[in-house]
Structures are given as structure tokens and as C-alpha cells.
Design a protein around this ligand. Sequence first.
Ligand code: ADP
Ligand code: NI
Length: 221
Amino acid sequence: MKIADHAELIKEAERFVKQVLSGEASGHDWWHIERVRNTALDIAAKENADRTVCELAALLHDVADEKLNASKEAGLQKVRTWLEGHTADGDLTDKVMDIIANMSFNGGKNPPMATLEGQVVQDADRLDAIGAIGIARTFAYSGAKGRIIHDPELSPDALAQEDYRSAGKTAIYHFYEKLLKLKDLMNTPYAKELAEQRHAFMELYLQQFYSEWGSRNPQEK
Ligand code: ADP
Ligand code: NI
């Protein structure tokens, strides 16, 4: 059934996403989607981005995740099929698909998002990976993979080295490979502001973490 009304379409997308992600406990459960949607709408308002494109892309962005599908292509096809089945607005479908296909972190190596709406949704997803919530998600993900919190024998200096990967990742390692890099990868001015606070909290967290452990922070040279 095609839905012309944007509010209705968004409600239907919400139902679809809840059903696809039910039972997901590895850090992008429904509440991750809800947070990304709300943050995307906040940023969109500040940056004058199209709300419908941002909200739909935020809602659908993890449905295509490789971890939930046979391949990234199969995941993207799932989202496209849903969109084509629910809206006759081909332009909206293309815009949302373009965002979802290009927004992953990929070590920060992907080219910048081409549209303002893409930048907004990518920023919202990245903001959810940092700060207090980002820290919680990191430990949840790491635990789900059966990994340990931290390995002081490989730290502090090994954390900075690429070959640390081969030793098996710890949750703390993820701060260095991703979380601490995200602040500088924000696209929009408002997201940069939000990221500053969340980044500062992670620095404080790590300081306290190492202090309790009785070792030094590898970032303090
Ligand atoms: P998203 O695109 O929604 O951020 P990801 O699938 O990349 O989703 O990651 C889900 C969550 O798990 C994020 O908070 C991310 O930082 C965290 N995560 C991803 N990879 C790792 C890892 N190797 N170790 C610990 N946490 C991770
Ligand atoms: Ni996400």
C-alpha cells in the first residue's frame, strides 16, 4: 500500500523497523534508532535540512546493516523494496537510499556525505556512538562478542599500534579505533557542538578508568 502522507509513512516505517530489529541486543536495538531519529530531527531543525528525508533515513539506517543481512547489498535491497512498496515518491526513496548506502563509519575513510540530509543523519548516528551512551554501547557490543574489557599487558603503548588488532580487540581498544576519532568527523556545526561535550566525557571516563586500574592513560605522553 502506497502512503502519500509523510507522517503516516513515518509511522509505518517505525513499525517495520521495530519488527526487523526486535531481539537485537548488540547496540542497535530500537532505542538506538529512536535516539538517532530524535538527534537527527534536532540537528535538521538547526541546520534547515529536510525533516522527512532525515527522519526516514534515521529510522531505516540500520535495517540494511551487514550484521542483520546476508550482505550489505541484500540489506539495502530490503530497504529499497520496503520504500518502493510504501511510497510513490521516487525522489524520496532515492534520497533515503543514498544516505543509508553511504553513511557507515568505515574507519572514517568513506567520502563525505553528498547532501545536507546525509550529513545530518550520519552525525546523529555518530553522536550515538560517543558519550555516556556510546560507552555503554561499546561495552554491550564487546560483551556480546565475548571480548574482555581491557588488557593492561597490551596497554598503554600497544593501543596506539596497528598490530594490536591481531591480539584481539578489547572494549577499550574501540575507543582508540573509533570513538575518539568521531568528534573530528562531524559534518554539521550543531553536531560538532554536541560532540565536544560527549568527547570530553569520554576523555574523563578514560582518565578515571586508568586511574582505578592503577596505570597511566596511554594518551598522556
Ligand atoms: P552504528 O552504525 O549504529 O553505530 P555499528 O554496528 O557500527 O552501529 O556499532 C554498534 C555499536 O557497537 C556502536 O556503538 C559501536 O561503536 C559499537 N561497536 C562497533 N564495533 C565495536 C567493537 N569492535 N568493539 C566494541 N564496540 C563496537
Ligand atoms: Ni546506527
